[in-house]
Design a binder for this molecule. Structure first.
Ligand SMILES: *Cc1c(COP(=O)(O)O)cnc(C)c1O
Length: 438
């Protein structure tokens, strides 16, 4: 296709998308119609002054405890999203709140221009949990990904001997690694990219789950493979069981770093400390975030051995807030919760229960159920309703969940959820589907 033709198609796509967004805004005005005045006022204020880069459900949350949140009218909802797994340990976990409160009373920020007494204990505990030497502490998940890209490139030039500015990193189609300009440069989601170019070069995308395609894409300039062990935003896509072991084998043979983005899959969600554990694979670098901050503060990290993370020298990377004492104190408490294995085991057992319950709905409005541990993607029959409509109807029944990619609903409740509450959530989904099937 000629570049002009591609441009025209791109423009048409973008216009179509803008139409859809306009329609969505109109729909929203209708969906707030039956709401109480306090919720309406809160939503209106946010809509007027917060950029419209999200499309939230019409619920205004005021407080939360464990797996439940309460809105401004006092109504309770079961939180089946858990802030995209940032709340693996639930809202207000006592051990995490206690760690944060104690640290709030001491000191919250020093910058890394000075040492603080919390960072050492945190990074040594996290390194031990991951079976690695070193931790690079950052704040958001996207920063962990960006940091790993810099580390991998520097490793490529200084250790592997790749020619200057030639390093490439292999990623997978359908990936989600965050929202910065470099990260969206290798996204395959048009919404994530449109109008945000020019993009950062140096990335090659191959089909997810296809080890042969990945190996074929490697050349002398390849420094790393960056993948999610399970693709979360893509709809909880679980690759074939032999995929990650094959990626490990291929990257080792070609002297290429294997970077596992466990920002959403890690820290208990899939019934293990890392999803890589479930398939018996150890990557070179783990990327962690979300639950590492206990749902209290943003804490992220790149975790790896000194032969890789050691490429960073003073002045070559940094973050004003990375490794701050409040984040470190909370992160240490999170590692403490994970060190007993209790949460991993609970996620595994509850996940089996949830998936078994959901499989009973296949053929009754559910097309497919997949996942790992307490992390499930449910494909709804698209002829019944969109995922968004199902989530709105679930909200009416007191269950908060999030759709992705049209007709998929993801469930990722806090691991502290009770088995009874989990069963109840599936009953609510069954009731919604019954209503839709008429
Ligand atoms: C959420 C997420 C990120 C980005 O994390 P932020 O804290 O939102 O920047 C990166 N990778 C994966 C797999 C994620 O799920």
């Amino acid at each position: 296709m000629s570049p002009d033709k591609v441009d025209q198609l791109d423009q048409r796509d973008q216009l179509d998308r803008r139409d859809q967004l306009d329609q969505r805004d109109q729909l929203d005005q209708r969906s707030t119609a039956g709401l109480d005045p306090r919720s309406v006022a809160a939503i209106a204020l946010e809509e007027e002054h917060a950029a419209h880069n999200y499309h939230p459900l019409a619920v205004v949350v005021e407080s939360g405890e464990g797996a439940w949140v309460t809105d401004v009218t006092g109504r309770k909802y079961l939180d089946c999203l858990a802030a995209y797994s940032a709340l693996n340990f639930g809202h207000g976990h006592p051990a995490l709140i206690e760690a944060a409160k104690a640290q709030l009373g001491r000191i919250t920020l020093t910058s890394r221009a000075f040492h603080n007494d919390q960072l050492g204990p945190f990074v040594s505990a996290l390194a031990a949990l991951a079976g690695k030497d070193m931790v690079l502490p950052m704040n958001t998940g996207a920063e962990a990904v960006e940091s790993a890209i810099k580390v991998a490139r520097a490793w490529g030039y200084r250790v592997k001997g790749v020619a200057a500015d030639k390093a490439t990193i292999i990623v997978a189609d359908g990936n989600f690694h965050g929202r910065t300009t470099t990260i969206i440069s290798f996204s395959s989601d048009p919404d994530a990219r449109a109008d945000f170019g020019p993009f950062t070069p140096g990335f090659v995308s191959v089909p997810y789950g296809d080890a042969a395609a990945l190996e074929a894409a490697i050349d002398e300039n390849t420094v790393a493979v960056l993948i999610e062990p399970i693709q979360g935003e893509a709809g909880i896509i679980v690759p074939p069981a032999d995929y990650l072991p094959a990626v490990r084998d291929i990257t080792t043979r070609h002297n290429v770093l294997f970077i596992a983005d466990e920002i959403q899959s890690g820290l208990g969600r899939t019934g293990a400390t890392f999803e890589c554990d479930n398939v018996g694979v150890v990557p070179d670098l783990y990327l962690l975030g979300k639950a590492l901050g206990g749902g209290i503060v943003p804490v992220s990290a790149v975790v790896g051995n000194a032969d890789i993370l050691g490429v960073l020298k003073p002045g070559q990377h940094g973050s004003t807030f990375g490794g701050n004492p409040l984040a470190a104190a909370v992160g240490l408490a999170v590692v403490g919760l994970l060190s007993t294995g209790e949460y991993q085991e609970r996620a595994r057992a509850l996940g089996e229960r949830l998936q078994a319950n959901l499989r009973r709905l296949i053929g009754f409005g559910v097309v497919a159920v997949r996942g790992a541990g307490l992390w499930v993607g449910i494909d709804i029959d698209p002829s019944l309703a969109s995922g968004r409509v199902v989530c709105e109807m679930l909200m009416e029944r007191g269950v908060l969940a999030k759709d992705t990619h049209g007709s998929t609903i993801r469930l990722a409740p806090p691991i502290v959820v009770s088995p009874e509450d989990l069963d109840w959530a599936v009953e609510q989904l069954e009731a919604v589907l019954t209503e839709l099937r008429g």
